[in-house]
Ligand binder design. Sequence first.
Ligand code: K7E
Ligand code: CUA
Length: 660
Amino acid sequence: MKRIVVLAFVLVMLASLMLGCSKDDKTPTPAPDSQGGLPADSMAIAAERGLTPDDINAALMTYTPSGTWDEYITFMSGGHSGNLIAVGVPSMRILKNIAVFTPEAWQGYGFGNTEIEQMLDAGNVDGETIRMGDSHHPALSETAGDYDGQWIFINDKNSARVAVIDLRDFETKQIVKDPNIISNHGATFVSPNTDYIFQGAQYATPFGWEYAPLSEYQEKYRGMMTAWKFDREAGRIDPSKSFSIELPPYWQDLCDAGKLVSDGWVFCNSFNTEMATGGNMEGQPNFEASVSQRDMDYMHIIDWKKAEQVVAAGKTEEINGMPVISIPTAIEEGVLYLAPEPKSPHGMDVTPDGKYLVVAGKLDPHVTIYSFDKIQKAIASGNSTPDAFGIPILNFDDVMVAQLEVGLGPLHTQFDDKGNAYTSLFLDSMVAKWKLGGDDPAAYVVLNKVPVQYNIGHLVAAEGDTVSPDGKYLIALNKWAVDRFTPVGPLLPQNEQLIDISGDAMKVIYDMPMGVGEPHYAQMIKADKIHAINTYPEVGWDPISWQKSEFATLPGEERIERNGNEVEVFMTSVRSHLTPDRVEVKQGDHVIWHITNVETAQDATHGFQLDGHNISLSIEPGETANFEFDATNSGTYPYYCTEFCSALHLEMMGYFQVAP
Ligand code: K7E
Ligand code: CUA
C-alpha cells in the first residue's frame, strides 16, 4: 500500500516538475511514462529504497547535480579540531576544510612552510608551541551590516586567539594572541563595517594569566572584552590600534555587536556571577552547581564607540602592551553597564533591525527579549544598583520587553526575512520558530517546532546575522548523532541538519555527518558574494604577504647556492618534474629551500614532501613556498610531489642526500 502511495506521489511530482506547472496551469498532466526523457525507473528506485514522499521532496531540494554549484556557503567552526569548514548549501557537501589553528598536511599547513610557521608561532603562549585550537564562532566581514564576502574571522577558545582568513584564496593569513586573557568565547563578532573584531573572555584569570590564589578571585581575577582593530587595506588585525576593556570575573559567554540603531554597542551574556572557584575535592560543590545558584546573571552592555574615545583620550592603562580601560574608568565614562539575565543564560543575538536582543535561558525554558531603546532610556534615567565592582545594574523590568517560553534548554537564536526567530532547544532536541513582536509582549508567540537529532547547539540561518537575512535555509548543528549514520566506532560525527524554512512549517531535508570537527557556530553567506581566485595573480606569489615573493624562481633560474654552512635551493615545479631533481648537502648544513609552482592552469597544484623530515607543502598554481631545516642526519631521502598531477606524477621526484 505504502509503495502505491509513493509511486503515485512521485508520478505527480515528477510530472509537475517537468512542466513547471502551477495551480492555474490548465495543461492536462500527461502520463509520465509518455514524457520523453523522464526516467521511468525513478519510481522504481523510490519504491525499492522505501522513500517516502517527504524523502523524495527533500532529495529534490538538496540534490546538486555534477557541475552545478551551491547557492550558499556555510562556514562552520571545527571546534577542537581548530579549523574552519566550508560547506555548500543545499548540497551539504564539504567544499574545503580550512586549516586555522591546527596543522593540516594536505594544505601544507604547519609542516615546514616558513611563512605559515611564523604565523602559527605568533599564536604561541609564553614560549609554548601551540598547534591545536578550539575554534568556536566564525564571523564574516561585513559592510553596512551585510556580509561582504571578503574575510572571515574565528576565535580559539583554548588560548584566546583570533585568526584572519582571506576569502580570495580561503587561507589563514594571521593569528593574534590576546596578551591578557588565556581563554575567550564571545568571539568573533564584527562591528557592522568590520572596524573591530570583538573578543570576549570566558574563564577569568588574573591579567596575563599570572598566578594568584583562587581565594583572591574577586580582587585579582578578571574578564575582558578586546576590540581588535581590523585594517581592511592591509587585511590584518592591527594590534597597535586595538584595545581592551576590563570586566568583572564573571564568565563572559556569547557576545554580539549592535547594528543599525544599536551600532556602536556590543552585548555579552555571562554566567558565574556567583564568582565560584570550584573545590569539589575540598567540600565545595561542582562548578556546574555553584555557577548556577543565582536566579540572575548579568548581560554586559558596552558602548564601544565611547570606549574608542576613551582610548583616544589616553584614559587607559597599558597592560602587557595592550591599552586597557579599567572598570572604574569604564563606569565613570559610561562605557559599561549590566542588566539581569535569567538563570544560566546562553546566547546573545541582536535582531536584524538592531532594536532587540535575544538571550536564551539554558536552564530556563524562556528566551528573554531586551529592547535597545529601553536600555538607552534606563541608562539615561540613572536608575540602577551597583554590582560588587560598582558597575551599574539596570533594572530588569526597565530593559526587558518580553519573555517567551520556547521549550527546554534554549541556547541560540537566528532570524529570517519574515520577522521570525528560530531558537535551538538543546534539551528538547528541537528548533522553535517564533514571531518577533516588537514592543508588544503579547505579540511574541511560538509558531511551531521541528525535532532535530540530537542535542542541538548553535543553529545558522542564511545570512542570519546580517541586517537582511534571507530565510530559506537553516542548519541545526547537532552535537549527538546516535543512530543517525552507519556506525564508525565510539567517536561519532556530529549531525548537521539542513532545514527548509521557506514555508510556515520547518522541514528537515538533509542529515550531514560532520566527521572532521565539532562545529559550534557557523555563518551562511550567498555564494556569489565571494570572489575566490582560481590561481595566484602572478607566478612566484607569496599568499601571506599577497605580493610577489623575493624567492620567486622562474624556469631557467633554478639553482643551488652554497654560502658557508648554508645551502639555498631555488626549485621549480611543473608537470611532471621538480628542478633540480638532485640536492646534495653536507651533514650539519642549514638548508633553505624555495619552490615555485610555475603552473598557471587552474587546479595544477603540486604538493611537496621530503621523506623523514616532517615537511609537507601544498604549492598552488603560481605560488612560491619556502621551508628551512638543519640537515642533522646523513642519508638519502627522496622528495616528491604529493598531488596526483599527471600521468607521470610518480616520476615527479628527486633525491636529497646528506653526505656524512
Ligand atoms: Cu553555544 Cu561555544 Cu557558541 Cu558551542 S557555544 S553550542
Ligand atoms: Cu606534481 Cu604530482
